[in-house]
Write a protein that binds this ligand. Structure first.
Ligand code: NI
Length: 236
């Protein structure tokens, strides 16, 4: 079997580089590890802000002393500026999810406009800053990537919350796959996803997990975020 191993390692490396899912950790002795060391994880919420669900989520995060990252669709922001201000005021990271949720594979001018318009709105509301980008669908063409001048964030755990719209299933899918330094993809436009997130926080708090923003997660791991680079997990 020795000959198979290099190929296996090679495939594993390709998988890690390509934003593959986190593999659940296996305890060598088969027992749950109770560790005093905090473990960190980042919850991310796309497609908002959305009144009626985003505010419920913000209440739940505040009660639990948990921080998250929100990637906002620019055209959804008008009239909902208070929710955006509240995100920042309560310690969450606010990022850009393009103006109208487009695939970033169009012309350079179109891509830039989609990103720039949302950035301008965020700067008007929150002030100057670097608003990290989550490309819709996690897709960004190589050409587009070269023109992007902020760090980009993908994910390593995707419970496909938009598909099941079932809080129990979404929470279970996260808990089965989460690892320290995971970046988890959710959408705060669904009440089921908000319920799942709060359930996951309560469960993982008991296992020693802390919930931080993506920026904090990279910082904790000593990773300096680079412009135009796509991050899938906290270790870079
Ligand atoms: Ni989206």
């Amino acid at each position: 079997m020795r000959r198979v191993r290099p190929l296996f390692l090679c495939l594993l490396l390709i998988c890690l580089c390509g934003c593959g899912p986190d593999e659940p950790a296996v305890q060598a002795d088969g027992e749950a590890a109770i560790s005093a060391e905090p473990k960190y994880v980042a919850l991310t919420f796309d497609d908002g802000p959305h009144p009626g669900t985003t505010d419920v989520l913000l209440d739940g995060l505040r009660e639990r002393n948990a921080h998250a990252t929100f990637f906002l669709i620019g055209k959804e922001i008008a009239g909902r500026e208070d929710l955006v201000r509240r995100m920042q005021a309560e310690g969450h990271q606010v990022g850009n999810h393009t103006w109208s949720h487009v695939r970033l594979n169009g012309t350079q001018a179109a891509n830039t406009e989609e990103i720039q318009k949302t950035e301008t709105v965020l700067e008007d509301i929150l002030g100057e800053g670097t608003y990290w980008l989550r490309p819709p669908y996690g897709l960004v063409s190589e050409d587009a990537e070269k023109t992007i001048d902020v760090p980009m964030v993908k994910w390593s755990v995707d419970p496909r919350d938009w598909e099941s719209r079932d809080a129990g299933k979404v929470a279970q899918a996260i808990l089965a796959n989460v690892q320290p330094n995971s970046i988890i993809l959710l959408h705060d436009i669904y009440q089921t996803s908000v319920d799942a997130a709060l359930e996951v926080i309560d469960t993982l708090h008991q296992e020693g997990y802390q919930f931080v923003t993506v920026e904090e997660l990279l910082d904790i791991n000593g990773v300096t975020p680079e412009l135009g680079v796509l991050y899938c997990r906290g270790t870079g």
